[in-house]
Write a protein that binds this ligand. Structure first.
Ligand SMILES: CC(C)(COP(=O)(O)OP(=O)(O)OC[C@H]1O[C@@H](n2cnc3c(N)ncnc32)[C@H](O)[C@@H]1OP(=O)(O)O)[C@@H](O)C(=O)NCCC(=O)NCCS
Length: 177
């Protein structure tokens, strides 16, 4: 009779998504540096963030034990006679944990929270093949301009409230501080 072999079950811990806290700030900078490098500060999107804090209640992190493996942040921007609008980013996942659904979890929870707290639209500059799966569209941002150069194909919009970006045009401005 064949001896029964004990099966080894390898448990893979799932990250926990939770609101960003002040003590996460340093780990978030390290993670975003890994994903985008220090050159990121030259990007046009940062002209809308310089000296402005992200919306505290919308920031989320993904934690694996004590390690911060994911971050998403949102910033207020202004549109001329436009809807209450957010700039999304950065969204960054640790290189060792990419492709495991953490980005999706952060996007879905962050966008739901934004919708539930009265934000009407979200814009971003990023990889269209990734963000279109969450409903972001090029045409929703095509009449908007940013305060600097950007690849138009990467400048996308999402309506959290139906029709929020319809007919909206002009320069995206910094939040009033
Ligand atoms: C882009 C990023 C946020 C995605 O998060 P993630 O947790 O790795 O992705 P998810 O597990 O939620 O989703 C995986 C899916 O997204 C796709 N995907 C991942 N990055 C992508 C990209 N840059 N462009 C297009 N698709 C992408 C994967 O191919 C996979 O597709 P599938 O579901 O059809 O198999 C993350 O990989 C990251 O931080 N990358 C480094 C920074 C970067 O490249 N940013 C580019 C976007 S601005």
């Amino acid at each position: 009779m064949a001896a029964s072999k004990a099966k080894t079950v390898r448990r893979i811990a799932a990250p926990v998504v939770m609101p960003e806290l002040p003590q996460h700030a340093d780990a978030i900078e390290t993670l975003v540096d890994l994903g985008f490098g220090p050159e990121r500060f030259r990007k046009t999107a940062y002209r809308l963030r310089d000296g402005i804090d992200p919306i505290a209640e919308l920031g989320l992190v993904a934690l694996l034990g004590k390690q911060l493996v994911g971050t998403i942040r949102f910033w207020e921007v202004t549109l001329q006679s436009g809807p209450k609008t957010l700039l999304l980013g950065p969204l960054a996942i640790h290189p060792d944990r990419q492709g495991q659904g953490i980005g999706r979890a952060l996007m879905e929870e962050g966008l739901a929270k934004a919708r539930d707290t009265g934000w009407q639209a979200v814009i971003l500059v990023g990889d269209a093949p990734y963000y279109t799966r969450f409903g972001f569209r090029r045409d929703l941002a095509q009449n908007l301009t940013l305060p600097g150069p950007v690849d138009p194909q990467r400048f996308l919009g999402l309506e959290l409230s139906l029709g929020a970006l319809h007919g909206v045009q002009g320069l995206v401005g910094r939040a009033k501080t």
